[in-house]
Design a protein around this ligand. Structure first.
Ligand code: ATP
Ligand code: PRP
Length: 236
């Protein structure tokens, strides 16, 4: 049986993943036309490359349909309940860095911390009759984070893209989204709360606890981790 490795199918995450494996003697490449999602592996016998959307890799790992997968640590934590029970983290890869943060309008002078947000949310509800809206696609991570920090009087509204625009569009009062350079936040007149860092994400190599690790897959894993210079791992 082949050991299946899921890798993001496009963009910088795919290129940097190919570079990371290439630097360690495992050559991954796309084959066929630009638009065909098929790939090849050189350097390790028994390893098959599967090109997938970064957002779907956590689910494929959890279902055991791929043995290994590369994706952002934010996506694994968001998409998988109790993620450590479903996947093992084999290696943080040192690229794809992005911070999941909570931001509010820059013109709110009295709101700089989560405590301020909590107070503002309570006041907002009294005045407007509904809860302050935080737009995000990271529902699990943001809910857990705000609960841990005692912020209660808010509602999450779903935003699957262009999240920073929701404040201007009056569909939310605050946002929780990924930032790297901070340009998008600045351009949309938003500021990060000083204690509003929810998660520091980076591309990470994961192994699926529920995949079939018997026989050849297990042997391929031990050859691969030794080739990559990672500590030995037993998924049995
Ligand atoms: N501006 C950014 N800078 C660095 N990393 C980012 C940025 N935006 C998103 N990321 C990271 O890239 C990863 C993939 O993000 P996202 O879910 O947006 O994928 P995508 O490129 O839209 O792919 P797909 O739609 O195929 O799932 C996430 O782990 C995220 O943290
Ligand atoms: O801090 P910055 O460097 O400005 O990057 C942040 C932006 O990058 C991501 O968006 P992406 O381009 O992936 O599109 P999306 O809005 O569809 O998620 C993220 O959602 C932010 O909008």
């Amino acid at each position: 049986m082949m050991l299946k490795l899921g890798v993001p199918s496009k963009g910088r995450l795919m290129e940097q993943t190919f570079d990371w494996f290439g630097d360690r003697g495992v050559k991954l490449s796309r084959t066929g036309s630009d638009r065909e999602y098929s790939g090849a592996v050189e350097g390790v016998e028994g390893l098959e490359l599967v090109l997938l959307s970064a957002g779907e890799i956590p689910r494929e790992l959890a279902a055991g349909r791929i043995h290994l997968g590369v994706t952002g640590s934010d996506l694994v934590r968001e998409k998988l309940a109790d993620w450590p029970s479903q996947v093992a983290e084999l290696a943080p890869m040192g690229f794809g860095h992005a911070d999941l943060i909570i931001a509010v309008p820059a013109c709110w002078p009295d709101v700089d911390t989560l405590d301020d947000l909590d107070a503002a949310a309570a006041a907002f509800r009294r005045v407007h009759g509904f809860r302050l809206r935080i737009a995000t696609k990271y529902h699990r991570l943001v809910r857990d984070f705000l609960t841990q920090h005692g912020v209660a009087d808010y509602q999450l509204v779903d935003s699957q893209g262009a999240t920073e625009g929701t404040v201007k569009n009056l569909t939310a009062e605050a946002v929780a989204d990924i930032t790297s350079t901070g340009e998008t936040l600045r351009a949309n007149h938003l500021k990060i709360l000083c204690d509003g860092l929810v998660h520091q994400s980076q591309a990470t190599l994961y192994a699926a606890r529920g995949a079939d690790w018997r026989g050849a897959a297990r042997d391929t894993l031990s050859r691969l981790v030794s080739r990559l210079g990672l500590p030995a791992v037993d998924m049995a």
